[in-house]
Write a protein that binds this ligand. Sequence first.
Ligand code: TYD
Length: 202
Amino acid sequence: MAGLFITLEGVDGAGKSTHLEWLADQFRDRGRLVRLTREPGGTPLGEKLRALLLGEPMHPDTEVLLMFAARREHLAQVIRPALSAGEVVISDRFTDASFAYQSGGRGIGDARLGILEDWVQEGLQPDLTLLFDVASDVAEARRSAARAPDRFEREQAAFHLRVREAYLRRAAAHPERIRVLDGNRTVEEVRRQIRNFLEDWL
Ligand code: TYD
């Protein structure tokens, strides 16, 4: 069976993590082996870079370069081998997050990110990206309920607004791969949207 590469995206507070295990079960129920992973992170080195990225103040260029350094390792050690073995790889965030946060949020241009994307991914793209889109006030309320907020969660509302807009632009540019979900709904309703979509897609 061919491997499948699925990524989950959305602003902080969009609720994607709530659906991660459930989504994995949708594939396990169909007899597939699932590899759950996340970015930044997913490898021992990547998790060390994650701790720096989420905690340490740094120049925006350093931030984007570390994101792609972690991604390079993740692709080499986890994503490509699992896909070659026919597994379903589900990653909590991937490159669309860099376009949203580092380009949209921090203002690094898409052109620079495109160069890193081509370099690091060598043409590999997710087969499917689920983008959990929520109204800014809903995400804001969920973020403020969060325990110790990280460096990104502490950013002001305008930053998160730019992140959301950049995600939606990315979805409009890649309709063949990115599926936008209405994350304002209840958990059950969001799952129904995903289930309906997967039935056709698979
Ligand atoms: P997140 O996935 O939201 O994890 P948690 O649910 O534990 O908070 O946190 C990862 C953060 O990293 C998130 O705020 C977005 C940010 N990020 C980027 O800015 N660029 C990227 O390329 C990636 C993968 C993540």
